[in-house]
Ligand binder design. Structure first.
Ligand SMILES: *[C@@H]1O[C@H](CO)[C@@H](O)[C@H](O)[C@H]1NC(C)=O
Ligand SMILES: *[C@@H]1O[C@H](CO)[C@@H](O)[C@H](O)[C@H]1NC(C)=O
Ligand SMILES: *[C@@H]1O[C@H](CO)[C@@H](O)[C@H](O)[C@H]1NC(C)=O
Ligand SMILES: *[C@@H]1O[C@H](CO)[C@@H](O)[C@H](O)[C@H]1NC(C)=O
Ligand SMILES: *[C@@H]1O[C@H](CO)[C@@H](O)[C@H](O)[C@H]1NC(C)=O
Ligand SMILES: *[C@@H]1O[C@H](CO)[C@@H](O)[C@H](O)[C@H]1NC(C)=O
Ligand SMILES: *[C@@H]1O[C@H](CO)[C@@H](O)[C@H](O)[C@H]1NC(C)=O
Ligand SMILES: *[C@@H]1O[C@H](CO)[C@@H](O)[C@H](O)[C@H]1NC(C)=O
Length: 368
């Protein structure tokens, strides 16, 4: 037994665990927990901003690029919202205004992947895999659930197994903006887009079920995630670290980083490549809570009245003023993290080699 193996056993036994559901997947959402010594007990891909097949394809590409397919199981999560569908999504927009970002409900949406582009564990659905993971670890290392898209897969799991909420360590979500109406109304299309809460809007009923369940801990990313964004300064740092842009362009290992940088020129690109680091920010403060500089506790609920301009939006109240006629949950909303350390972690993580992770449980030095 060599030292590396002993270290591996020690870290494995005491490691925190997370199950991730998302409607897409970013590299850092996977690599940050691994860097912090967490174990990812499963990932599910669901309908939402992408079609189910594209969420699975994006997830597979991340796992494949970093050679993680053999130790991080990948499942298919919710393929549609609980109640909302294309027709009601369209009717609602006719009544209350069009959303800039309609994700998988956009009429111009076209799949990028097909099901034979990738493999995944199709023996059980994502919600069941989530339940199994929570049950298996409840007495030793309760699993954190990290829902980065719609809340549908988690709602399915709660319906099948209500103890999910008290046998897990807690729930982290991406979404739940507030005070964004002015920014959405007066901003450019991209500003409107990033101030609209699509993750909750696409399945308001699931969001209400999940956010008002009695979790041991419920942490919402919301506004703070919009404050950490790419910039030319960050691009330059990444390019410098690579000793030139061509290294990133040419090496398939940098495929995910290359998608972030596009041409390497921040002003040339206008939308996708400039989106805030939404899921990455929530992932970072989940695994490194000392990044958090400011947070607030609120009672929360999701508007589930179809005939409401706020259908699918998070509502927040001080505990003393929370409504009694509707179920509310207790949430911690993160307001501020240490930005500079977040960017440092981002740069470091991309330039470590994760392809040995399944054997050595950590990164090794990257040769580039
Ligand atoms: C999916 O597979 C098809 C057929 O092999 C291929 O043409 C296409 O580029 C693949 N798409 C992706 C996104 O990998
Ligand atoms: C797929 O997931 C099931 C349920 O968690 C597990 O029993 C099985 O071993 C997995 N299959 C593979 C090939 O990993
Ligand atoms: C979770 O809640 C259920 C129902 O109230 C209870 O029977 C069970 O013991 C609880 N489990 C834990 C780990 O608190
Ligand atoms: C939330 O975001 C909106 C829009 O960017 C901003 O106007 C508001 O001040 C933010 N609120 C908090 C508490 O961060
Ligand atoms: C980025 O592109 C713009 C417009 O094409 C150009 O004016 C600018 O100099 C470029 N910046 C860098 C850092 O290359
Ligand atoms: C970003 O730049 C790349 C390379 O020039 C281009 O293919 C892509 O369409 C651009 N994206 C946007 C959203 O402008
Ligand atoms: C929510 O927090 C308030 C204030 O701390 C507390 O009185 C209440 O019992 C909590 N509710 C739940 C469901 O934990
Ligand atoms: C990929 O992971 C497997 C299983 O842990 C390992 O045997 C293989 O060497 C890794 N490949 C690379 C390129 O690191």
């Amino acid at each position: 037994m060599n030292i590396l193996y002993i270290l591996f056993l020690v870290s494995f036994v005491s490691s925190k665990k997370v199950f991730i559901d998302n409607d897409g997947l970013s590299a850092l959402q996977v690599l940050f927990p691994l860097k912090a010594g967490w174990e990812i007990v499963g990932i599910s891909g669901s309908f939402g901003s992408s079609s189910a097949v594209d969420s699975m394809g994006a997830g597979y590409d991340v796992l494949k690029t970093y050679n993680l397919t053999s130790c991080i199981p990948h499942y298919l999560g919710a393929q549609q919202p609980l109640l909302r569908n294309q027709q009601t999504f369209d009717y609602w927009q006719d009544m209350f205004g069009e959303l800039i970002w309609q994700g998988g409900f956009s009429h111009s949406y076209q799949d990028t992947y097909s099901w034979d582009n990738f493999t995944y564990n199709d023996s059980i659905p994502g919600a069941l895999a989530m339940i199994e993971a929570v049950k298996a670890n409840k007495d030793t290392d309760p699993v954190y659930i990290w829902a980065a898209g719609m809340m549908t897969t988690v709602a399915q799991a709660i319906s099948l197994y209500p103890n999910l909420v008290n046998e897990s360590a807690g729930l982290y979500i991406m979404g739940g903006y507030f005070d964004t109406q002015y920014a959405a109304a007066s901003g450019t299309p991209i500003v409107n887009d990033i101030n609209t809460d699509i993750n909750l809007i696409q399945d308001p009923e699931a969001a209400q079920i999940v956010l008002t369940a009695d979790w041991n801990e419920l942490v919402i990313g919301a506004n703070v995630t919009n404050y950490l964004v790419p910039s030319q300064e960050l691009y330059d740092r990444l390019i410098d670290k690579a000793h030139g842009f061509t290294t990133i362009e040419d090496d398939p290992y940098f495929g995910e980083l290359s998608a972030l940088l596009a041409t390497g020129n921040y002003t040339e690109n206008t939308s996708e490549e400039k989106l805030p680091f939404w899921d990455e920010v929530v992932t970072a403060f989940m695994v490194w809570p000392d990044l958090i500089e400011d947070s607030s506790d609120f009672s929360v609920a999701v508007d589930t009245s179809f005939y409401s301009p706020f259908y699918g939006n998070l509502r927040i109240w001080g505990h003393d003023y929370a409504p009694k006629g509707v179920k509310t949950g207790n949430a911690t909303i993160i307001n501020k993290i240490t930005d500079s350390r977040f960017y440092d972690l981002l740069v470091d993580t991309y330039f470590e080699d994760w392809r040995q992770y399944c054997s050595v449980k950590g990164p090794v030095e990257l040769d580039y």
